[in-house]
Structure formats: structure tokens, C-alpha cells
Design a protein around this ligand. Structure first.
Ligand code: FES
Length: 78
């Protein structure tokens, strides 16, 4: 299994809008972190979709090692 590229050392907060879908980059190659920009093409990775139920701020993982995709679970500190 391929290992994702570590894209950052800290999560990124995004202000999300209710009903909108967000595609979290799982490969670490996107230049639009933490979201997918299509750079996973040719890898075994696909983005993780998150449909936001309400307006909210969420912290998205950039180290790509979280166990709570697509959100940060503090794994980047281990
Ligand atoms: S660019 Fe990383 S999953 Fe799409």
C-alpha cells in the first residue's frame, strides 16, 4: 500500500458551509491543502468526501496520518 505524502505539520481550519461537499486530499500531493486538486491522478489514492451538515469550522489533517479522516486527531504530534 502506498504511503501518503506528509503535506504539513499542523491541521488547517476551514469555515464550512451547510450542505456543501468538501474533498479532502488523502494523498498529500495537492497544492490546495487540505483539499484535493486532482494531483492524486495516477496514484492509488482518492479524496475523502465530507458533506457539511451545518455552517461550522473544522480542522482538517495535513500530515495525512490521522485516524479520523478527514479531520485532525492530533497524530501529527506523535
Ligand atoms: S490531490 Fe490528494 S487526494 Fe486528490
Amino acid at each position: 500500500m502506498e504511503t501518503p505524502k506528509r503535506a504539513g505539520d499542523a491541521p488547517i481550519a476551514l469555515d464550512l458551509k451547510a450542505g456543501k461537499r468538501y474533498s479532502w486530499c488523502s494523498c498529500g500531493l495537492s497544492k490546495e491543502q487540505p483539499l484535493c486538486d486532482g494531483s492524486h491522478k495516477g496514484t492509488n489514492f482518492t479524496p475523502i468526501l465530507y458533506k457539511c451538515p451545518e455552517d461550522e469550522t473544522k480542522w482538517f489533517c495535513t500530515c495525512k496520518a490521522t485516524n479520523g479522516q478527514p479531520f485532525c486527531d492530533g497524530t501529527h504530534n506523535k
